[in-house]
Design a protein around this ligand. Structure first.
Ligand code: HEM
Length: 350
């Protein structure tokens, strides 16, 4: 079967696709930063808790339910922009994943419940129950992340879609060599930025132990991630690697700028400066998101070029959207201010 036959027709766009691509990359980077703070700080908290020190777990545990809510909210925006430009790929991969994909909702609810139960039941439950709740909730998040990596890699491989007909059941993208280093790159990155989150929390509360623990985890995870990132690059098809090695200048420049930003990030880590590390981490995640966007474009090239989608040039709904975006961002800024003000989640307002 020719896999191109399985790709639905692209719907016309109201405004040029570049607007949606930019919004997709920016909101995706924001989503990943929140996801990193959530997954990374929970993982570090769990490891330290299992080693007999539950101070980090207790403190980040107060922040995890709102962080989970923010991660989900920040995931909705890129999901919408993704569907506008690439819906005819993403919808298909979601449907082919079937039950695996729907399982994301159950896993999210489980994690949410677990983190809430930990936060509000902390005083009344024993250490064993706390460990179990953290472990199950984190496992739920890892499931969600792994399913997203499956979906995002399956959508750019229409040649793998035909397996659905030969296997006769919901499929994942497990035979793609890119999947594992890509997922690991995201998760090790999460531990690094989770470390920065703990360090920022410590800086805010003048708790040197948190700053020290956070920055140590950050630096080690980032150094490991240099190796994982290299593995990810090498797992791409040979042609694509060449694109990042000079054949495609904008793609090569994007990767170089990402790596340059990562170098500043490591420097901020060595200097143990949480604020500078947070700034460089945000910049690095943004440029890495741009690099990842190139990976998607290169994979889709044989089937689809976004420039070929028809445009109707109707800007009115776009202006309305921009208005709501500005008001929404101001609201989020205010919520974050309250969030960091809350010295203790149970006493704080959020
Ligand atoms: C809270 C648990 C979540 C975790 C751990 C998580 C993790 C991830 C990861 C690792 C990726 C990158 C996958 C890859 O490219 O290989 C990703 C992408 C994405 N996530 Fe999340 N996510 C979570 C929740 C959500 C939710 C609830 C939504 C939607 C409402 C969402 C929307 C997205 C979208 C749309 C992308 C891809 C954007 C793009 O391709 O540019 N995520 N997420």
């Amino acid at each position: 079967m020719n896999p191109a036959m399985l790709i639905p027709l692209a719907e016309p766009l109201p405004i040029p696709s570049v607007w949606f691509d930019v919004l997709l990359i920016v909101t995706f980077a924001a989503h990943i930063l929140f996801m990193n703070a959530l997954v990374g700080s929970a993982a570090i908290g769990l490891v330290r808790m299992l080693r007999g020190n539950d101070k980090v777990a207790h403190d980040v545990g107060q922040k995890l339910p709102p962080l989970l809510a923010l991660t989900i909210n920040m995931g909705v925006a890129p999901l919408l922009f993704l569907q506008v430009n690439y819906g005819h790929f993403d919808y298909v991969s979601s449907v082919l994943m079937g039950g695996w994909w729907l399982g994301v909702i159950a896993a999210l609810m489980l994690s949410y419940y677990g983190f809430y139960a930990y936060k509000f039941g902390y005083e009344t439950m024993g250490q064993g129950k706390r460990n179990t709740l953290f472990l199950i909730s984190l496992a739920g998040l890892l499931y969600v992340g792994f399913m997203l990596s499956n979906n995002m890699t399956l959508m750019i491989r229409p040649e793998a879609w035909t397996r659905y007909f030969t296997e006769g059941t919901d499929i994942l993208n497990l035979d793609d060599p890119m999947l594992y280093p890509r997922f690991l790159h995201f998760m090790v990155g999460a531990v690094a930025i989770g470390g920065i989150f703990i360090a920022l929390l410590g800086q805010w509360r003048k708790d040197d132990e948190h700053v020290d623990v956070g920055m140590t985890w950050f630096l080690r995870a980032t150094l490991i991630n240099l190796g994982v990132g290299m593995w990810y690059l090498m797992s791409l098809p040979g042609d694509m690697i060449l694109n990042f090695m000079g054949r495609n200048l904008p793609a090569t420049m994007t990767l170089i700028v990402s790596m340059g930003s990562a170098a500043f990030l490591i420097w901020a880590g060595i200097r143990k400066s949480p604020t500078q590390a947070a700034i460089w981490a945000s910049t690095t995640v943004f440029f890495m998101a741009c690099t990842r966007h190139w990976v998607r474009a290169f994979h889709l090239e044989p089937y689809f070029k976004i420039e070929t989608t028809p445009v109707t040039y109707q800007y009115s709904s776009f202006y309305l959207f921009l208005g709501f975006l500005i008001v929404g961002l101001a609201g989020i800024g205010y919520m974050l201010k309250l969030y960091f003000k809350a010295t203790n989640g149970t006493k704080g307002r959020i």
